[in-house]
Design a protein around this ligand. Structure first.
Ligand code: GLV
Ligand code: MN
Ligand code: MN
Length: 407
C-alpha cells in the first residue's frame, strides 16, 4: 500500500511536488497505474462518465447483485502529501487482493473506487466524483468555469468522460450494502489516545463561497492615498476579521485560502480581488450564522471604503452522521483487529459526505503523524496501515456473515 502511494506521488502536474487535479494529465497517469494494479488483482475496471476509476471484484455465486463500496479520492490539493485520498483507494485495492488470496467467497461484489475529484481545487467545488455517483453533478455545476475559462462539462469531455451520460455513474441504493472510506485524519487526537485507528461518527459540514471586492485600479505613484479605492486593502482588512470570527467559537474554522488580485502588478493599485472563503462547523446553524456574519463584514468594510463587494456564489454541504449500523460493525471490526475502538468526528470533508446521502456510509481514520495533511510532510506508519487493513478485512467478513444470515 505504501509503495503504491509513493508511486502515485510521481503522477503530478507540477514537477517536484504533488499536484493532481480533476481531469488533468497527472490524473490520467494515476489512472493508468491504478488500473494496471487493479487488473493484476483480477478486478474488472471501468472509468465512469464523470472520470471515477472503479475496479470490481465479483461476488461469489447467487450474490443477489449486492455490492460493498470502498475507496476515496485520487485528486490532490496543490503541493499535497501522498496519502490524503490515495491511501483509502490503495487500502481498498489491498482488501481485494487479500480477499483473492484467501479465496473469500463473499456474497457481494467489492467495488474499489478512486474518485476523480474531492478537493475542489479546479472548480472551487468539492466532491465532484462522489457527487456524480449520487446523481448530484448538476447542469449548473457542469457550467462552472475553471481559471482557464473551460467549463466543467468541457473538461470532463476532454478527459474522455461524457457529461450527457452521468446517470450511468449512479448506483442503485438497493444494490449498495455499504460504503466504507479509509482516510488519514485526526493525527493529534489519535496520537494522544495512542491509537492507530479511529471510527468516525460524523463529518463537519462546510460552506464555501466566492467573494469579489471591486475598487478602482490606478497609478501607484500618482494616486494620493486619500483618493484610493484599493480592493486588496479592503480584502486584507476583511481577512483579519475572518480569523477573528473563526476564533470566536469552539469547533468553528474559517479560512480564506485563495485570493486573486487584478491587475496584479507592482505599480498599480489593486482594482479587484476575488477571494475564496471556507467555513466549517459540525452544527449547521452555527456554521450558517458564521458565514452570514463574515459575509456581512465584507459588505460593511467595502461600504466604509467606498468600494463594491458581494458574495458571488456559495456551495454548502450540511454535516452528516455516519450510518449507525455500519459504524457499529466497523467498531467491532476494529476491536477484532486488536485496537481499542475510539469514535470521533471528522473536521475535514470526505467523499463519504455525498455517499451518505444515498448509501449506508462509514469511515475509518488512520492516524497521520502530527495530524499534518494538505502538506508534503503528510506521513503514516506502516503498522497503522496494517491495522487498518486488518480492520477492513474483518469489516467485510462481518458484512458477509450478516448477508448470509439474512438470506
Ligand atoms: C478536503 O480535504 C477538505 O476537507 O477540504
Ligand atoms: Mn484533502
Ligand atoms: Mn481527502
Amino acid at each position: 500500500v505504501l509503495q503504491r502511494c509513493d508511486e502515485l506521488a510521481l503522477c503530478t502536474e507540477r514537477a517536484g511536488e504533488i499536484t493532481r487535479t480533476f481531469c488533468s494529465g497527472a490524473m490520467r497517469e494515476a489512472h493508468q497505474r491504478v488500473e494496471r494494479w487493479m487488473r493484476d488483482a483480477g478486478l474488472t475496471c471501468r472509468i465512469d462518465p464523470a472520470g471515477n476509476l472503479i475496479g470490481r471484484r465479483s461476488a461469489a455465486k447467487h450474490d443477489g447483485g449486492r455490492v460493498l463500496l470502498i475507496g476515496s479520492h485520487l485528486d490532490s490539493v496543490v503541493n499535497a502529501g501522498r496519502y490524503d485520498g490515495v491511501l483509502g483507494v490503495m487500502l481498498g485495492l489491498a482488501l481485494a487482493e487479500f480477499a483473492n488470496e484467501a479465496q473469500a467467497q463473499w456474497p457481494f461484489a467489492l467495488d474499489v473506487i478512486g474518485f476523480c475529484e474531492e478537493e475542489g481545487v479546479r472548480f472551487a467545488t468539492p466532491y465532484l466524483g462522489s457527487r456524480a455517483l449520487v446523481g448530484e453533478l448538476t447542469p449548473e455545476l457542469l457550467a462552472r468555469r475553471d481559471s482557464g475559462g473551460q467549463t466543467m462539462a468541457e473538461v470532463v469531455r476532454a478527459f474522455g468522460g461524457d457529461p450527457d451520460r452521468l446517470a450511468e455513474c449512479c448506483y442503485d441504493p438497493q444494490e449498495v450494502l455499504a460504503y466504507v472510506e479509509p482516510h488519514i485524519e485526526q493525527g493529534p487526537v489519535l496520537e494522544r489516545e495512542g491509537l492507530p485507528l479511529g471510527v468516525v461518527t460524523g463529518i463537519a459540514g462546510q460552506i464555501r463561497g466566492g467573494l469579489t471586492f471591486r475598487g478602482r485600479a490606478g497609478h501607484a505613484g500618482t494616486t494620493p492615498m486619500a483618493l484610493r479605492q484599493d480592493a486588496l486593502v479592503a480584502a486584507a482588512q476583511w481577512i483579519v476579521e475572518v480569523e477573528r470570527f473563526g476564533r470566536s467559537q469552539a469547533g468553528l474554522v474559517a479560512t480564506v485560502g485563495r485570493i486573486e488580485t487584478a491587475p496584479n502588478v507592482g505599480n498599480v493599485i489593486p482594482g479587484e480581488v476575488r477571494a475564496l472563503l471556507d467555513v466549517r462547523h459540525l452544527d449547521d446553524a452555527v456554521r450558517q450564522a458564521a458565514f452570514d456574519g463574515i459575509a456581512a463584514r465584507a459588505v460593511a468594510i467595502c461600504q466604509e471604503r467606498g468600494i463594491a463587494g458581494a458574495v458571488d456564489w456559495t456551495q454548502q454541504e450540511p454535516s452528516v452522521r455516519c450510518d449507525a449500523r455500519c459504524t457499529e460493525s466497523l467498531s467491532q471490526a476494529v476491536v477484532e483487529a486488536g485496537v481499542r475502538p475510539f469514535c470521533l468526528p471528522s473536521g475535514a470533508g470526505h467523499d463519504a459526505v455525498l455517499m451518505a446521502r444515498r448509501f449506508p456510509a462509514c469511515m475509518l481514520f488512520i492516524r497521520c503523524a502530527g495530524g499534518i495533511s494538505h502538506h508534503p510532510e503528510e506521513n503514516v506508519a506502516q503498522a497503522d496501515v496494517a491495522a487498518a487493513l486488518d480492520a477492513l478485512w474483518r469489516f467485510a467478513a462481518r458484512l458477509a456473515a450478516e448477508v448470509r444470515s439474512a438470506s
